[in-house]
Design a protein around this ligand. Structure first.
Ligand code: TYD
Length: 218
C-alpha cells in the first residue's frame, strides 16, 4: 500500500498551495504521487462540486449537502484513491471526510455519528495516514480569499459558521494527535512547506527513503 496524505483546513488557510508544493517536491524526486481535490477530480465529483458550491439559487438541505459530498467521495475513492494506493503511489488529497465532519457536522449541525456512518459507507473505511492542518484565524483566512464578493456557498457563510468549522478541526486533531500535523498558517509559505516535508519523511515507505538518501535529497 502507498501513503495517503490529507490536507484540511478552513477557508484561506493555504492548504491547496501546500498540497501542490508537496506534490511538486515528491514528483521532482521521482516519487510516484498523485493529487486529488474534493469535491472534484472525477466527472461525478465535478457535477456535485458545481451544485454544492455555485448553484446558489438552489436551497440545499444540510443532509442533502452531506450526501452530495458523500457521492463525490465514494466515486473518488473507488476510481482514483484506492487504485493509486494499491499501485503503491502517494496520494495527496485536498479535503476528505474530515471536511464533512467540520463543515456539515460542526458548521451546519448535522449529527456527527450520522456523518461518521455516511463517511464510512463512502470510503469503505479508508482513512488517511496523515492529516495536515494549516490553522488560521477565520477572519484572516477569509480576508486572504477575498470572500466578501465570492459566489461560493461556503465562503459566503456567516462568520460564526467558520468559527464552528475551525473548532471542529481543533477538536478532531486533539482527539487523534498522532494522525494530525497542525501548523501555524501565518508562517512564511516555505517554512510551512519545510515542516510538512520533515513530517512526511517519518511516514514515507522505507524504500522511498533509501532512494531519497542515495540521491542526497532527504
Ligand atoms: P474549494 O473551492 O475546494 O475550496 P477550498 O480551497 O477551501 O478547499 O471548495 C470546497 C468547499 O466545500 C469548501 O468551502 C469546503 C466545502 N466542503 C464541505 O462543506 N464539505 C465537504 O465534505 C467537503 C469536501 C468540502
Amino acid at each position: 500500500m502507498g501513503l495517503f496524505i490529507l490536507f484540511e483546513g478552513v477557508e484561506g488557510c493555504g492548504k491547496s498551495t501546500q498540497a501542490r508544493a508537496l506534490e511538486k517536491r515528491l514528483s521532482k524526486l521521482g516519487v510516484p504521487v498523485i493529487r486529488v481535490k474534493e469535491p472534484g477530480s472525477t466527472s461525478i465529483g465535478r457535477v456535485a462540486r458545481k451544485l454544492l458550491k455555485h448553484r446558489l439559487e438552489i436551497e440545499i438541505n444540510p443532509v442533502t449537502e452531506l450526501l452530495l459530498f458523500a457521492v463525490a467521495r465514494s466515486q473518488l475513492v473507488a476510481e482514483i484513491i484506492r487504485p493509486a494506493l494499491e499501485r503503491d503511489q502517494i496520494v495527496i488529497c485536498d479535503r476528505y471526510s474530515e471536511s464533512t465532519l467540520a463543515y456539515q457536522g460542526y458548521g451546519r449541525g448535522v449529527d456527527l455519528d450520522t456523518i461518521h456512518t455516511i463517511n464510512n459507507i463512502a470510503t469503505g473505511g479508508l482513512r488517511p495516514d496523515l492529516i495536515i492542518l494549516p490553522d488560521i484565524d477565520v477572519h484572516e483566512g477569509l480576508k486572504r480569499k477575498g470572500a466578501k464578493q465570492s459566489t461560493d456557498r461556503f465562503e459566503r457563510e456567516e462568520i460564526s459558521f467558520h468559527h464552528r468549522v475551525r473548532q471542529g478541526y481543533l477538536d478532531m486533531s486533539s482527539a487523534e494527535p498522532n494522525r494530525w500535523l497542525i501548523l501555524d498558517a501565518t508562517q512564511p509559505r516555505k517554512k510551512i512547506g519545510d515542516s510538512i516535508w520533515e513530517s512526511i519523511q517519518q511516514h514515507l515507505p522505507i524504500e522511498t527513503l533509501r532512494c531519497l538518501d542515495s540521491q542526497g535529497t532527504k
